[in-house]
Design a protein around this ligand. Structure first.
Ligand code: 8YV
Length: 319
């Protein structure tokens, strides 16, 4: 029996590539460059399935030009804002993602960014590394304590809930806003705010964990940032376009926002060079899910979805 042909667009984990090669005829380029619109369109005539990352954009224009041979897009990501889902569905192409398996890794990075932003990790590291540590005072690098503070979480899906679990270990008081209220068991004592503005008002720390959709684009704009308590620390490991970056910059410069920890930016790769002027903005290059364990789990989940599809079953993570 001939194996289905799949295109793996980026350098997935070795275990993922090995399993994929065992079960499929795999097209993969170790150059690891993001697939352009033209690459995606050309490849769609040669493959039955694609495992893309968020770096490959299936816009309506691209989808309109896809070859009918392509039948499944099995994303290696939980976020699918790089895919025009209605356009793909209209074309009869199955789309899947990788929920759940990256929640802990992303929540760990959010915790690192929250603590690092709150405790001047960027300035401290720079001072030590540059040999500039020639002074100490009780007034030196005084930060904001998380223990006992109020944490606001926007988006209580898998990552938001994993972050809340970890934050409870720091004795934080958890508040959240979500499209719908969680069950009592999932809330685990967290306070639900149906109205986002009510959540913002009590968020000494704020972490974003909602998907990027037309409704959430620019969610944290100047008006909403103004509703946060003075000195709030903002963390974003979800998607860059949830925050109006110019408004955040202004809020950091005025001191209204005390610090920020960012893994996601409007422009990726690249980020926002204006943020680099501020050591109270700690930044990482979109690596929330980048642990060995999670990369394997994401790759295997994408392959589980492909396997189900080519067996004739409904993939477990069909969107
Ligand atoms: C990934 C992500 O790094 O899953 C997502 O939505 O943004 C990240 O976990 C990326 O998409 C890898 O494919």
């Amino acid at each position: 029996m001939t194996k289905p042909v799949i295109w793996i667009t980026r350098s997935l984990s070795a275990a993922t590539l090995n399993r994929a090669r065992r079960d499929y005829e795999v097209i993969w380029d170790p150059a690891d460059a993001p697939g352009s619109a033209e690459d995606i369109i050309a490849m769609s005539a040669k493959v039955d399935g694609i495992i893309p990352c968020h770096s490959e954009h299936f816009s309506a224009d691209v989808v309109a030009r896809l070859d009918p041979r392509l039948r499944i897009v099995a994303n290696h990501s939980v976020g699918v804002d790089h895919c025009d889902l209605p356009a793909l569905r209209a074309k009869g192409i199955t789309v899947t993602n990788t929920p759940g398996v990256l929640s802990d890794a992303t929540a760990e990075l959010a915790m690192m960014l929250m603590l690092g932003a709150a405790r001047h990790a960027v300035a401290g590291d720079r001072i030590m590394r540059s040999g500039a540590w020639d002074f100490w005072s009780p007034a030196f690098l005084v930060g904001k304590q998380v223990t006992g503070a109020r944490l606001g979480i926007i988006g209580m899906g898998g990552v938001g809930r994993a972050f809340a679990r970890k934050a409870r270990g720091f004795d934080m008081e958890i508040h959240y806003h979500n499209r719908s209220r969680l069950s009592e068991a999932d809330e685990a004592g967290a306070t639900y705010h149906e109205n986002l503005d009510d959540l913002l008002a009590v968020s000494d720390f704020l972490s974003l964990h909602c998907p990027a959709t037309p409704e959430t684009t620019g969610l944290m704009n100047a008006d909403r940032l103004a509703k946060l308590p003075q000195g709030c620390v903002i963390v974003n490991t979800a998607r860059g376009n949830l925050i109006d970056e110019a408004a955040l910059l202004q809020a950091v410069e005025s001191g209204h926002v005390g610090a920020a920890g960012l893994d996601c930016f409007v422009t990726e790769p690249g980020g926002n060079p204006a943020f680099a002027q501020h050591e109270n903005i700690m930044m990482m290059p979109h690596v929330g899910s980048a642990t060995v364990k999670t990369r394997d789990a994401m790759g295997f989940k994408a392959l589980d979805n492909l396997d189900a599809f080519f067996r004739g079953d409904t993939p477990p993570d069909k969107l």
